[in-house]
Design a protein around this ligand. Sequence first.
Ligand code: PMV
Length: 327
Amino acid sequence: MTLEQYLANTLPGVTDIKDVSRAFAPSNIALCKYWGKRQEEFNLPVNSSLSISLGNLGTETSLECSNTDILILNGEELDSSDPFSTRLFNYIDLFRPPSIKLKIETSNTIPTAAGLASSASGFAAVIKALSDLFSWDLSDQRLSEYARIGSGSACRSIYHGFVLWEKGEKHDGSDSFAHLINNSWTDLRLAILDVCSDKKAISSRDAMNRTASSSPYFTQWSDIAQSDLALLLNAIEEKDLHLLMKTAESNAMAMHASMMAAQPTILYFLAESVEMMHKVWACRSSGLSVYFTMDAGPNLKLLYHKDDEAEVLKQFPDAISVNPFVT
Ligand code: PMV
């Protein structure tokens, strides 16, 4: 089945269009990473993944019917040839009747300095806003499924708290969506260490495809992801923060190791990233329980208990702290 056929079978019709709609979706950081697709068009993953959403840091999007398509990102109008604009409107075209043109205003509430302006919250916010504009009132499960088509990790940004994306087995992705695991265990805090916010040399999409097709460690990666996920779910169940943070750090390193073995190699670490890792490990040796995770980029995200916030920020004065449970 093609994506177009799948959407034709599942999308409600457009009968009632509002003048304007608005939605917010949080960014999310994976504690067990999504890395590698089993199917490209539907963004279906090889492994299930688990994330924490970033509370009130994410993307706010408003949609308004208009005579022509316009995209305003963080207050600036983008040219229609801009790659982000093309990607976003190609996605929206999957869901809207061709006669509907839209003025889209989208802005990130995450500080630009955090280098975290992610596509995940962007696609999650836009599908929520489309559902509202067309009065579809889609379930969270359906929103998650549709957000996944824009960007895999976007399916987790539909929810706040700890979120699990089940990889599913089906070819049409109808069993590959995220759901909330827990939003009441609130000990975890994060801080973003912005090592460098330049555009990355290789996109996560290309990097995960290269890893899957050429890294001899890719099979091991998906086995590790499966066992790490079980540990993380257990850590959430048992409220074991140490197990959660430790597993998240080793999961990130296993993902990066699988990339380093790809041909040609993929290395997102900069010298400063490695320097910060050593600093985290030195803090741990002297008794401060701080861990890190890293995505497809050079920045570290620190993980720690809320009671250690003052000490962590003393050790890492440039870090931007995030309370993932404030919405
Ligand atoms: O959803 P994408 O295509 O931006 O890929 C996300 C990949 C990682 O951020 C590295 C891992 C994850 O699970 O978010």
